[in-house]
Design a protein around this ligand. Sequence first.
Ligand SMILES: [Mg+2]
Length: 229
Amino acid sequence: MYLFLFDVDGTLIKSGNAGKKALERVFNEIYEVKNAMADIVPDGKTDIEIIKEILAKKTDIDVIDDGIVEFIVSMYVKYLESTIENPDYIVIEGVKEFVQKIHYSKKNIAGLATGNVEMGAKIKLKPSGLLKFFKFGAFGSDSEDRVKVLQIAKERAMKLIDEEIEKVYVIGDTPKDIEAAQKAGFISVGVATGNYSMDDLYKENPDFLFKSLRDPDAMKLLKDWEMFS
Ligand SMILES: [Mg+2]
C-alpha cells in the first residue's frame, strides 16, 4: 500500500483568504489588533505557530499559555464558518481527479497532514466536496511541529489498514512541506499551486515536483497507476 498525505491550503484548495480573515477578526475583537496577519508568513506553518507568532509580535502578552491559544482557536473556527463561503474559494486543478483515483484504488490510501487545526481543515474542505476522499488525517491540533504531524498521520494510517505501508508520499505547496517530509524520512512531492513557483520549490530538492497534480506524471506515483493510464 502507498500512503499519500496531503497539505490543504495551496495544495488541495485556495480558501480565498478565509483563514486570514477569520483570524484577523479574532485578533481585532480580543486585542484590537488590526491586520494581524500583515508581515506574518503563514505558508507551511501550523495554525498554533501562527497564533503564537501574532501573540508575540503584535500584542503585549508576556506569557502565552495554552488556555489563551485554545480560546483564540475556538473563536477562529467559529468565524471561519462564515468566511469560507466566498467567491475566491477554489479547488486546485487536478486535485479532484488525483484523489478520486486514490479513492477507487485498493493499493493507495489518502490522508490529510496539515498545519490547520482539525476543525479548521474540515471547514476549509467542506465546500470542495473532497472530505469524503480522506479517511483519516493529522492536524495542527495534534502537534505544532509539522514533522510530528506527518508521523502521527502515518501512525493513524497504520491503525486503519492491515497492509504494510511501503511508501509515504507527502504532497505540499511550500518549502516547509518538503523539509518536513525529508525530516520524517518520507517522499516529498512539491506542487507549485500555492504561493511558491517551480523554481522556489526546486531549490528544496523535492523527490518529485509538479506544476500541478494535473501533470500526467503525477499519476505515476500511484502504486497501480497503469490501471488508470
Ligand atoms: Mg499549503
